[in-house]
Ligand binder design. Structure first.
Ligand code: 3Y8
Ligand code: NAP
Length: 256
């Protein structure tokens, strides 16, 4: 079968999958939303920008004769993942998600789990603190109701608009991050509370290891609900799924 994969990307795992597919000379395209100014270049052809909802995605799949879709988006990219399930069903294209397990607290962690961003905002209704708000840019405006805090913000790109609280400092940096970097950053800014999405994976974990080392409390935001779909938790599982559906992988004897 002439395979033609679509990878919905934007994560560490998606990048690793792109490298694995390129090495096997499997025809695939990486898709990004276009959230940041200069996304990392991956070793596959790529397209940037939304598809235009479920119908736009279904149309893209049919017009581009996509044979398989791998949803390797971030666990908080729930709209894309819902659209992927509906769009692939509509176009009759097989779909698997490549995802990572949520983080779980270990001995020495002081986590307060909140259900979503609004839950984190509500939990910040407390006396002034020095907060590491490492949740990115897209939801910053929702944190306006608690101007009493100092916020340390880590963003991929410099903010383009006025931020919605008075006392903050912006660090422009892209992950994956190291524990020593995050320890130094949190000491330098005298951080006493960390707000984090439960993203899982390795690229965003450093701040939690640093919080543990500094015995700091963490407001941990649970990930949004995901639709029912086939899920893989490793590149090998995805490659096995592809081989099972007849995708020939250069240099790999399928024995069929
Ligand atoms: C555009 C594509 C790779 C992928 C690397 C991962 C790891 C480093 C850690 C902190 C947390 C945060 C944020 C984060 C991490 C990886 C991964 C991850 C968290 C890039 C990228 C895109 C994005 C989008 C961006 C969001 C933001 C979220 C920053 C590329 C760099 C906070 C999520 O300014 C904006 O608009 C940023 C938007 C969505 C969340 C938000 O709400 O603001 N990621 N991140 C993708 C696209 O256009 O489709 O440039 O390569 C990818 C990565 N960011 O190839 O190695 O896999 O998670 N990304 C979170 O987890 O909390 C930073 O600072 O501690
Ligand atoms: P989202 O809220 O689930 O999706 C909103 C819309 O953005 C989608 O309906 C789709 O537009 C478009 N979109 C999202 N991902 C896309 C992709 N990979 N390719 C093409 N269009 C895409 O998504 P999000 O949370 O903003 O995440 C956007 C991107 O950043 C994703 O690639 C994700 O993997 C990455 N990312 C997100 C986070 C996070 O914390 N949310 C963290 C790290 C990386 P249409 O409806 O027009 O098709």
């Amino acid at each position: 079968m002439a395979e033609n994969l679509l990878i919905l990307g934007g994560t560490t795992e998606a990048s690793a999958l792109c490298r694995a597919l390129a090495e096997r000379e499997i025809t695939a395209t990486l898709s990004l939303a276009g959230r940041v100014d200069r996304p990392l270049r991956q070793p596959l052809p790529q397209r940037v920008g939304g598809f235009g909802g479920v119908d736009g995605l279904a149309r893209y799949l049919v017009e581009n004769k996509v044979s398989h879709v791998i949803d390797a988006t971030h666990p908080f990219a729930s709209a894309m993942s819902h659209n992927a399930v509906a769009g692939c069903a509509q176009a009759g294209v097989p779909l698997i998600a490549l995802t990572r397990a949520p983080w779980t607290p270990e001995a020495g962690d002081d986590w307060q789990n909140v259900p979503d961003i609004a839950g984190a905002v509500a939990a910040l209704d407390r006396p002034a603190a020095r907060v590491l708000l490492a949740v990115g840019r897209m939801h910053l405006a929702e944190f306006a109701p608690n101007p009493q805090h100092f916020y340390l913000l880590r963003l991929v790109d410099p903010p383009k608009a006025q931020l919605s609280f008075p006392d903050y400092h912006v660090i422009v940096d892209r992950g994956p991050f190291s524990v020593e970097n995050d320890l130094q950053m949190m000491r330098d800014h005298r951080i006493d509370l960390v707000v984090s999405k439960n993203s899982g994976g390795t690229g965003a974990f450093a701040k939690l290891a640093a919080a543990r080392a500094l015995s700091l409390p963490v407001l941990m935001i649970d990930r949004p609900a995901m639709p029912q779909r086939a899920e893989a938790h490793s590149i090998d599982e995805v490659l096995g799924w592809l081989a099972h559906s007849g995708v020939n992988q250069a240099g790999v004897d399928l024995g069929v």
